[in-house]
Design a protein around this ligand. Structure first.
Ligand code: COA
Length: 388
């Protein structure tokens, strides 16, 4: 296996985007990444696109070909493949691109992630997202993702004494970070009392415990590490890439407060990178709901099981803490265009390791981690990156 590096990144603004189409969004992100890397169409060996449910959100499938076409590269006949794994579609696309370069099959690949979720009404977005749950055992009975994560939250509160205030503090922290991110859907701080008292969605998760419904796109360019410095002075190497699966439905898990797919994907990535959780200086984790960030920092080994709620009290995950989490604003404030999220998480870590994160910059960041989850935890990817 060869070493692989990120040599270019590109992001659109996340939010409710009414003035640009699906294809305009992915072309914007892809063009920015290609310009950032300083490559041309003829340099690209393959493209991978993460998209969860374009068929239901905008009525368009065959997204791999659409991206090759819309990018203007259709006459170069570059292989372009859509990758789907619910909200982990972006992370899976990065992993597929990574494996194709690591194996020696490709030298330079462009990976995009995209979702345009606001073209359908809110209830349709909820139903579409619920197609990633188990249809026979969960969605058929009316379970939605806020509902499923509410089960996880109430169990965590029961087992470990986690409080609604600690959940709310995760939202306050991530909104504070999002306020510094010009690409975030919500660039405003929120107060703790507003987060605690927000309209209830599924007890104990209120409106401000939830990630929003978002339009947006993200793209990265990967290259073999040996060639990376031909294109940029500051490539970022992917030193560990893990992926794991678990039961589709929550009831199949040995413990619903532990996402074993995260545990296994992280172990795979740590082993390859020859690091431990203690070496991770910052992370983007999948906070689709505030409880998901609490579980993630436990399952990634940043804190011991059950202590995720206290981490925020102890200032571990804030920007000035020992392991800052979700400096971009996370899914909570930056937004969660499901197919784009995993790619956007990689971008935040790359920007931090390159010293390009502006007001959000964590000083001297050298090793970072991106954690992307599909559904309630049936799919997970973990990527660990280091500046070269
Ligand atoms: N965080 C912060 N503010 C939010 C928000 C969120 N998650 N969702 C909506 N808002 C804001 C809107 O900007 C709007 O503000 P405004 O009145 O100042 O313009 C207001 O709240 C109402 O927005 P609306 O779109 O009517 O909310 P909604 O009730 O239709 O949707 C949720 C709210 C929480 C149900 C929706 O965001 C949701 O379903 N989130 C979860 C998405 C999900 O499941 N993703 C997959 C995870 S696995």
């Amino acid at each position: 296996m060869r070493d692989v590096a990120v040599i270019g990144v590109g992001l659109t603004k996340f939010g409710e985007i009414w003035d640009r189409s699906f294809r305009q969004l992915i072309v914007e992100a892809g063009s920015k990444a290609i310009l950032d890397a300083g490559i041309e169409g003829k340099d690209i060996d393959a493209m991978y696109v993460g998209s969860m449910s374009s068929g239901r959100f905008i009525g368009q499938e065959h997204v791999g070909a659409l991206v090759a076409d819309a990018s203007g590269f259709y006459n170069l006949h570059i292989p372009s493949t859509r990758v789907e794994g619910a909200c982990a579609s972006g992370g899976l696309a990065v992993r597929q691109g990574y494996l194709s370069v690591a194996s020696g099959v490709n030298d330079i690949v462009v990976i995009g992630g995209i979702e345009k979720m606001n073209d359908v009404a809110g209830t349709s977005a909820t139903e579409t997202l619920a197609t990633a749950a188990d249809q026979e055992w969960e969605a058929f009975f009316g379970a939605t993702f806020p509902g499923l994560y509410a089960f996880i939250a109430t169990r965590h509160m029961h087992e470990y004494g986690t409080t609604k205030e600690q959940l709310a503090q995760v939202a306050v922290k991530n909104h504070a970070n999002g306020a510094l991110n010009p690409y975030a859907q919500y660039q405003k701080e929120i107060k703790l009392e507003h987060a605690i008292n927000a309209t209830m969605v599924a007890y104990p998760l209120g409106l401000l415990d939830c990630s929003p419904v978002t339009d947006g796109s993200a793209a990265v360019v990967l290259c073999s590490a040996e060639r990376a410095k031909e294109f940029t002075d500051t490539p970022v190497k992917i030193i560990g890439a893990g992926q794991a699966s678990d039961s589709l439905a929550l009831h199949g898990r040995r413990d619903i407060t532990t996402l074993d797919a995260t545990v296994h994907a992280a172990q795979m990535a740590y082993k390859q990178a020859k690091v431990t959780s203690k070496d991770i200086q910052l992370a983007e984790v999948h906070d689709c709901f505030t409880i998901a960030e609490i579980c993630a920092i436990e399952d990634l080994g940043f804190v011991k099981k059950g202590d995720g709620g206290k981490a925020i009290d102890n200032n571990i995950t804030t920007r000035d803490g020992s392991q800052p989490v979700n400096t971009s604003g996370g899914l909570k404030a930056k937004g969660h265009p499901v197919g784009a999220t995993g790619v956007a998480q990689i971008i935040e870590i790359v920007l931090q390791l390159q010293g390009r994160a502006e007001k959000r910059q964590i000083p001297d960041a050298r090793i970072g981690l991106a954690h992307n989850v599909g559904g309630s935890g049936a799919t997970c990817t973990v990527h660990i990156m280091e500046g070269m």
